[in-house]
Design a protein around this ligand. Structure first.
Ligand code: ADP
Ligand code: MG
Length: 244
């Protein structure tokens, strides 16, 4: 497994899938979550995934993030075939390359913001300092606060600090603003934009808020387990310009 900080060739796609298929269950109760997805995601982009509930967005992200396995087809992360990796290599892939942010922040309530981030920095190879990661999300002054003392948007920013502290190649965000109002949601999007701009991290964001697509380099629109359309934005809006 490559060192996470080895310079990665950004000219090649970070992800390339071919015929990616996921079927949950069997027989009469089988659910076709992905029906042969062909996709390329260039490294270093900010990508937004849109689509109705149940269209397969989370399934796609979970397979690309090494949390779930495909039923058929292939998914490559640069030259590594995720669909053929052993469980152990998939664990190493997640540990070295992948950060995840979910709708609910999953912070440890008994630990401070800083201690939540340190849970990750203690086991990473070449992590940011926990305080530095919190600075990057605008919470340098709140390091010693507990989750209950932080707003929803601030808690989500701690979750982002935790995810980026290990300097992942890719940051996957599954409805990161789903539980937030428009003002705090925009602050979270600003942080994700900063991560992409300043750290060069490939960022993939699932959202129901279609307006968010305007800040992406690339928009992937999913429908019924398939990619319906991929749009490359010629001009992008900043997080602050997004109309919620
Ligand atoms: P989205 O994120 O776009 O809402 P998902 O990828 O979560 O969609 O789900 C796609 C389809 O797969 C849905 O029909 C969902 O019910 C089904 N599904 C997702 N996860 C599972 C699972 N663990 N077991 C069975 N069905 C699942
Ligand atoms: Mg989902």
């Amino acid at each position: 497994m490559a060192n996470p900080n080895t310079k990665i060739d950004q000219a090649r796609p970070a992800f390339k899938t071919s015929g990616l298929t996921k079927i949950y269950g069997e027989g009469d109760t089988a659910v076709h979550a992905l029906r042969g997805v062909d996709l390329e995601v260039p490294g270093g982009e900010l990508v937004v995934l849109l689509g109705a509930s149940g269209s397969g967005k989370s399934t796609l992200l979970n397979i690309l993030g090494g949390l779930d396995r495909a039923t058929d087809g292939t998914a490559h992360f640069f030259d590594q075939n995720l669909t053929e990796m052993s469980d152990n290599d998939l664990t190493l892939y997640r540990r070295h390359h992948v950060g995840f942010v979910f709708q609910f922040y999953n912070l440890m309530p008994s630990l401070s913001a800083r201690e939540n981030v340190e849970l990750v920095t203690e086991i990473a190879d070449d992590p940011l300092d926990a305080g530095e990661a919190l600075e990057l999300v605008g919470l340098g002054a709140r390091q010693h606060h507990f989750p209950a003392e932080l707003s929803g948007g601030e808690q989500q920013r701690v979750a982002i600090a935790r995810a980026i502290a290990k300097q992942p190649t890719v940051l996957f965000c599954d409805e990161p603003t789903g539980a937030l109002d428009s003002t705090t949601g925009r602050q979270v999007l600003r942080v994700l934009q900063n991560v992409n701009d300043n750290l060069g991290t490939t960022v993939m964001i699932i959202t129901h808020a279609a307006a968010t697509a305007a800040m992406a380099h690339r928009v992937i629109d999913m429908s019924d387990g398939a990619v319906r359309e991929i749009i490359e934005n010629k001009t992008r809006l900043s997080a602050e310009e997004i109309e919620w």
